[in-house]
Ligand binder design. Structure first.
Ligand code: SAM
Ligand code: DTB
Ligand code: SF4
Length: 329
């Protein structure tokens, strides 16, 4: 049963289960609702890099921190489509374009992003964007251009959020998510662990996600990538068991969502990643770069998939399953 009324105490009870019992329960939910051999393969491209006005303390692209990220204005459409083609040939079915913007403005850059969306959509890939805050009419324009999904993370709990970001509010994030949902775009929304939050903050973030009117179709769980020059550069490395616990709890709360083992894989061994798949992760970012930081290569991931008996999920699988379940109602 899909529930949107999870209480904090119930989530805490799941989150605090002995680790192997938690993984067992999550794996059971996973095989009840999903094909456990299938993993969605997404590729990210930073189409506008660095120079961002925000103060997100984890982010290497914020202009105010002195990181090694080179500022790059919005890429040309042709070049982006070449990257998308390469990602498709390497087996990706979702292509996600990221821009270091606070919000979308109605200008020529946005028109160019709409062209990119049309181009990637025409290649038969699921096209996703993460461009910051959106108005309702911008969400509709993206949907009309063929945008399949929009990524906008809550990042952490409502309570801890102000410790991490001061230049925008949690409610603004939730408003954008509402605009995306109402425009009929698939919602991709998750968070980061390792920011210095407590277990309670993680539980509260999971509660916010799992009590949205509809669960996000994708829930990325990122381990903080500690980038030199950001305020969080000296945070301790995320413990693998914390990642497993987070993924397993997300899987139990949101049985049908794609739970994405997102940032942080470059610092994880294959056995560690295998544990995350066991705990219900069924999506990854592939390709040797996330937005600005390293990630395992396509070759390494293909070898891992071979070893673990995993297959890349076909494109539009989520949409097809949703249509089928609506037919059955
Ligand atoms: N500027 C837009 C925004 O903030 O919505 C889109 C791009 S932003 C880089 C997308 C997401 O990447 C953030 O919300 C955050 O969850 C994640 N992210 C950024 N830097 C990260 C890091 N160092 N480690 C892990 N995740 C990170
Ligand atoms: C998400 O949840 N993680 C991705 C994607 N959505 C946009 C971004 C991770 C960024 C990691 C730091 C970087 O490479 O700059
Ligand atoms: Fe800018 Fe997004 Fe990075 Fe925040 S997370 S600084 S909004 S690019």
């Amino acid at each position: 049963m899909i529930r949107n009324n999870w209480r904090k105490e119930e989530i805490q009870e799941i989150y605090e289960l002995p680790l192997l019992e938690l993984v067992y329960q999550a794996a059971t939910v996973h095989r009840t609702y999903n094909n456990t051999a299938e993993v969605q393969v997404c590729t990210l491209l930073s189409v506008k890099t660095g120079g961002c006005s925000e103060d997100c303390s984890y982010c290497p692209q914020a202009a105010r921190y002195h990181t090694n990220v080179k500022v790059h204005p919005l890429m040309q459409t042709e070049e982006v489509l070449q990257y998308a083609e390469k990602a498709k040939l390497a087996g990706s079915t979702r292509f996600c374009m990221g821009a270091a913007w606070r919000e979308v403005r109605d200008n020529r850059d946005f028109d160019r992003v709409l062209d990119m969306v049309k181009g990637v959509n025409a290649m038969g890939m699921e096209v996703c964007c993460t461009l910051g805050m959106l108005t309702e009419s911008q969400a509709v324009k993206l949907a009309d251009a063929g945008l399949y999904a929009y990524n906008h993370n809550l990042d952490t709990s409502p309570e801890f959020y102000t410790e991490i970001i001061s230049t925008r509010t949690y409610d603004e994030r939730l408003n954008t998510l509402g605009h995306v949902r109402r425009a009929g775009i698939s919602v991709c929304c998750g968070g980061i662990i390792g920011l210095g939050e407590t277990h309670e903050d993680r539980i509260n973030m999971l509660q916010t996600l799992s009590t949205l009117p509809e669960h996000p179709e994708s829930v990325p769980i990122n381990a903080l990538v500690r980038v030199k020059g950001t305020p969080l550069e000296n945070n301790p490395k995320v413990d693998i068991w914390d990642m497993v616990r987070m993924i397993a709890t997300a899987r139990i709360l949101m049985p049908k969502s794609m739970v994405r083992l997102s940032a942080g894989r470059a610092e994880m061994s294959i056995p560690e990643q295998a544990f995350c798949f066991m705990a219900g992760a069924n999506s990854i970012f592939a390709g040797d770069k996330l937005l600005t930081t390293p990630n395992p290569s396509f070759e390494e991931d293909n070898a891992m998939f071979g070893l673990l008996g995993l297959n890349a999920m076909e494109a539009f699988r989520g949409a097809k399953l949703k249509a089928q379940s609506l037919e059955q109602v």
